[in-house]
Design a protein around this ligand. Structure first.
Ligand SMILES: NC(=O)c1ccc[n+]([C@@H]2O[C@H](COP(=O)([O-])OP(=O)(O)OC[C@H]3O[C@@H](n4cnc5c(N)ncnc54)[C@H](OP(=O)(O)O)[C@@H]3O)[C@@H](O)[C@H]2O)c1
Length: 278
């Protein structure tokens, strides 16, 4: 598996397995399948209510803990520093893990400086190996970084062929923060799996539209965490690093960018507005 080096010096697999909307009743089976076909990075969150099943699957799989990169995300409105620390320890208890490889603030929570201070101390205390954010746009990101000692290792944002986020990606590169794509398959929307451009490019490489959509991201160094409850699709999504898209193919896919996220918001609407932060 190809890794991406994070700014704190640790490696993160460029492809992982995401478990958003994976029902808790099937999460353990799905994560066991994902580990059995070769995934070594798992993305869960407090909000998904399946952290415990992810931890259980890792233990059951027999894959050594230090060979699996595990991410979770804090979801708590305006916690104090102490509450944020306790919150992260709650994830560890639910997952029955001693440490997490990456903890993210799931979205701006309103007092992100306090959460970040807690995260930084949890790194120093050995509970977290790396820390980052999710759904932070430039104003929110810059505000956090002004108060931080550690620069976020990762910003997990919506990006895919239909919402390519080029300005955001270049800002994160300048900051030394790796972009991780959520919804790398556009959550299966917009006809992505039958898109003519992706299908035609795929045919030239013996790959599916889904595989091309993932390669478009990883070829730019963007981490992807596609979700599927089907083992054959998990295999397909992992089998995406053995071909390169040509400049012409990348250019053709660039034309699929709508400039809007899946809910129809233009990038500008996502800029920081202190009045609308939760
Ligand atoms: N930070 C955030 O706010 C945030 C938000 C959303 C998601 N995430 C993370 O990002 C991960 C991925 O995003 P996502 O789950 O929203 O969407 P996604 O991975 O872009 O798309 C998942 C959809 O595509 C289908 N699919 C997957 N592989 C396929 C293939 N090879 N061929 C055909 N269909 C395929 C899945 O169906 P089946 O399951 O039926 O195969 C599912 O309907 C999440 O699981 C979560 O970990 C984070």
């Amino acid at each position: 598996m190809q890794n991406v080096k994070l700014n704190c010096g640790i490696d993160m697999p460029i492809i992982g397995y995401g478990v958003y909307m994976v029902d808790p009743s099937v999460t353990e089976r799905c994560v066991l399948d994902a580990l059995s076909v070769g995934y070594r990075s798992l993305d869960t969150a407090q909000y998904y209510e399946n952290e415990a099943m992810v931890g259980a699957a890792v233990r059951k799989s027999g894959v050594p803990r230090d060979e699996v990169f595990i991410t979770s995300k804090l979801c708590q409105s305006r916690p104090t520093y102490a509450q944020a620390k306790e919150n992260v320890k709650g994830s560890l208890r639910r997952m029955r893990l001693d440490y997490l490889d990456l903890m993210l603030i799931h979205w701006p929570m309103g007092n992100d400086g306090d959460i970040w201070a807690a995260f930084e101390d949890l790194v120093k205390e050995g509970y977290l190996r790396s820390i980052g954010v999710s759904n932070f746009y430039p104003g929110q990101f810059e505000k956090l970084v002004r108060e931080a000692s550690m620069i976020p290792a990762v910003n997990q944002i919506e990006t895919h062929v239909f919402y390519q986020q080029r300005p955001m990606i270049s800002k994160m590169a300048d900051a030394g923060t790796v972009v991780e794509s959520w919804g790398p398959l556009a959550e299966g929307l917009n006809g992505i799996f039958t898109n003519p451009v992706l299908t035609e490019v795929g045919a030239a490489h013996g790959k599916t539209a889904a595989q091309v959509a993932l390669r478009f991201l990883t070829q730019q160094g963007i981490i992807v965490i596609p979700k599927s409850v089907h083992k054959e699709r998990m295999i397909q999504n992992l089998d995406t690093l053995d071909f390169d898209l040509s400049q012409d193919e990348m250019a053709a896919i660039r034309c699929l960018d709508t400039g809007h996220n899946l809910e129809g918001w233009p990038s500008d609407a996502l800029k920081y507005n202190p009045e609308t932060v939760v």
